[in-house]
Write a protein that binds this ligand. Structure first.
Ligand SMILES: Cc1cc2nc3c(=O)[nH]c(=O)nc-3n(C[C@H](O)[C@H](O)[C@H](O)COP(=O)(O)O)c2cc1C
Length: 201
């Protein structure tokens, strides 16, 4: 039996080769994130797809909990993050780190993530698959109280794994993502069970 898991996928905003952020299909990460979303839905999970490009949040001034009268956009985002049982950030690598816009989105919240696991997906056009960004995200999610599962899904040469429309062309990834999501589900179920018994704080 698969327990219904509500999962947030955080995608990055793209600065693509042409620096045309408004052209959604040019973001390599968009196809990767949509593919993960599909895989989760095939497992009957509910997915909240969080796209900073659509959200268009300002640079952080106040965290959500410090806002006197948060706009509807922030309330909705907060509810999604609060209600989720796990998180999957999908990150590119920019200058050996994750995307600044992804981090800006994450930083608005804190307690909302507590005691729920994260599972990191990274990609790059080169052979290192964005592993530096993934390592940075491990630190960030640890600080957010959302420990990352040991396995991560690192996708090198992303342009050879997904076509220009974001469709998977390297079918070996179907097997890899299955193992990755099996492990994530295990941690989500384990921490959900423990949270139901209470949390230390
Ligand atoms: C400012 C900038 C810095 C980058 N730094 C790195 C890097 O450190 N390592 C890397 O593998 N790729 C780097 N890249 C290449 C990106 O990983 C590549 O453009 C990727 O497709 C970005 O993801 P996106 O298409 O989803 O926006 C960089 C790209 C930009 C625009």
């Amino acid at each position: 039996m698969i327990v219904l898991i509500t999962i947030c996928i955080f995608i990055s905003i793209g600065t693509n080769c042409n620096h045309r952020c408004s052209v959604r299909r040019d973001r390599k990460g968009f196809g990767v994130a949509r593919w993960i979303e599909k895989k989760l839905e095939e497992r009957r999970h509910r997915v909240y797809f969080i796209d900073p490009m659509e959200l268009d949040l300002p640079l952080l001034d106040r965290m959500y909990k410090e806002m006197v009268s948060p706009s509807e956009k922030f309330v909705e985002l907060r509810d999604k993050i609060k209600n989720a049982e796990g998180y999957i950030p999908v990150t590119p690598e920019y200058n050996r780190s994750t995307s600044g816009v992804l981090k800006n989105t994450l930083d608005y919240f804190l307690e909302e993530y507590y005691f729920k696991p994260s599972a990191i997906v990274s990609y790059s056009p080169g052979m290192f698959a964005g592993i530096n960004a993934a390592q940075q995200l491990r630190l960030i999610f640890a600080e957010l109280g959302s420990p990352s599962i040991p396995c991560s899904l690192a996708i090198p040469r992303v342009h050879k794994v997904f076509d220009e429309n974001g469709h998977l062309i390297d079918e070996s990834y179907d097997k890899r993502v299955s193992k990755f999501l099996d492990e994530f589900e295990w941690y989500v179920n384990a921490l959900t069970t423990q949270r139901s018994k209470g949390t230390p704080y």
